[in-house]
Design a protein around this ligand. Structure first.
Ligand SMILES: *Cc1c(COP(=O)(O)O)cnc(C)c1O
Length: 433
């Protein structure tokens, strides 16, 4: 098939994330990827500003990660995890336990972020069930969250912009309060968490857990918030006997400047989910960690077992590449790199503030966000970025960057320049019409 035939077949038959079969969006066939470059079937090379949905932090086709997969595939690609175990899973569990909060001692491997969130929710519900507190079945969360596309996860995503509005009537009936609205460095006022505190105060008897993305709300709007909110939230959860689930699927492994975002607040979650970056963006794998209190609590009563077990649980190839990715990250000067990316993004995206269509520009760690007043037209903007030789995938009102940490200064400048150019073109087209 030629490049055009590939595109045509794809558009007719393949679903992409959140796309229509009647009115398909443009897609660009990729032939290979290396470092921070994607090479299209046409031969064109694009600088990647997305890390393939924030996962591919070391870049593509990395020799050490390739080597880990090659070595593992020669031993075994997969074995069932029921009744069997293996070194890649045990090594990975040990790394995760050593790197996360002291209380987190038990690991459940899942095959995607959404499933890790399902497992986290199930852990919380089963924990209270086993304690005889069967009325504690609701989750409390904040608006603008995104936790995945499965039914348990959808039921805590933002009820309006969470992309799942049409399923509302069959989703679990959870409790939503306003999203954190405190900037980093802004003086703390108790009213910043008042609605959350009130919900806990009045409904804690029915609440199993609070679930939240620490420091950054990601796919629900790329919103940053202050560490004090998390500290206060952690206190409130303890006070009202409610578990705290932190979803670090997007923020884990350095993206916000600390290895895990919750470390900026110096707190310990009861349950932690990680995914996306876990394998350096090579394969699908996620994990849910929990404390001994929760793990033993679940096992204390009734069935006595955690009711979950994916077929491809702890896939050895995925665990091996995750081990290699974590080793690579820890052996690198990732913190310095993320700091440099933050400085450069802050400096080079700042001029966007002057464009009429731009509402806000914000940067945190290796995340740079340009928020517009109105939703962009993806079918115009996406091909325009490709023409400029960059891969940037905006959504809603947001044009943002989450580049691989290995990106060079000049490459990052190309990305920020492309954003300025395309957003100014968008700005002029808006003023004409
Ligand atoms: C992406 C994401 C998920 C869902 O992960 P999938 O692997 O896409 O199922 C859950 N939570 C957060 C915070 C995410 O960013």
């Amino acid at each position: 098939m030629t490049n055009d035939e590939l595109r045509a077949y794809d558009q007719k038959h393949l679903w992409h994330p959140y796309t229509s079969m009647l009115n398909p969006s443009p897609v660009f066939p990729v032939a290979s990827a290396d470092g921070v470059y994607l090479t299209l079937e046409t031969g064109q090379r694009l600088i990647d500003g997305m890390s393939s949905w924030w996962a591919c932090i070391h870049g593509y086709n990395h020799p050490q990660l390739n080597q880990a997969i090659h070595a593992q595939v020669e031993k075994m690609s997969h074995v069932m995890f029921g009744g069997l175990t293996h070194r890649p899973a045990i090594d990975l569990a040990k790394k995760l336990i050593d790197l996360t909060a002291d209380n987190l001692q038990h690991v459940f491997f899942a095959d995607s972020g959404s499933v890790a969130v399902e497992v986290a929710i199930k852990m919380a519900l089963q924990y209270w069930y086993a304690q005889g507190k069967t009325e504690k079945q609701k989750l409390l969360t904040v608006r603008n969250g995104y936790y995945g596309d499965t039914f348990g996860a959808m039921a805590v995503c933002d009820p309006v912009n969470g992309m799942h509005g049409m399923f509302r009537n069959i989703l679990a009936d959870n409790i939503f309060v306003e999203a954190p609205a405190c900037e980093d460095g802004e003086a703390w006022r108790d009213e910043m968490i008042a609605e959350m505190a009130q919900a806990l105060h009045t409904q804690h008897q029915n609440i199993a857990a609070v679930i939240i993305e620490p420091m950054v709300q990601n796919a629900g709007g790329m919103r940053f918030y202050c560490a004090e909110y998390l500290r206060q939230l952690s206190q409130l959860c303890k006070q009202f006997n409610v578990l705290l689930i932190l979803d670090e699927i997007a923020t884990g492994f350095g993206r916000t400047g600390s290895l895990f975002a919750y470390q900026q607040a110096n707190i310990e979650p009861d349950i932690l989910t990680i995914g996306k970056t876990l394998t350096g963006g090579y394969m699908t794998l996620a994990a849910t960690l929990t404390s001994t209190k929760v793990a033993q609590g679940i096992s204390a009563d009734g069935s006595g077992v955690l009711m979950h077990g994916p077929t491809f649980m702890a896939n050895p190839l995925a665990c091996s590449v995750a081990n290699a990715s974590i080793d690579l990250l820890l052996a690198s000067n990732w913190q310095e790199k993320v700091n440099h990316i933050e400085q450069q993004l802050t400096q080079e995206l700042a001029p966007c503030t002057n464009l009429e269509v731009v509402k806000n520009v914000r940067c945190k760690g290796a995340i740079g966000v340009v928020e517009l007043h109105h939703p962009i037209d993806i079918n115009w903007m996406q091909p325009r970025f490709v023409e400029l030789g960059v891969w940037i995938r905006p959504f809603g009102k947001l044009v943002y960057l989450m580049p691989p940490y290995i990106i060079e200064k000049a490459e990052l400048s190309k990305l920020t320049q492309a954003i300025y150019q395309v957003v100014s073109e968008f700005s002029s087209s808006q003023t004409i019409t």
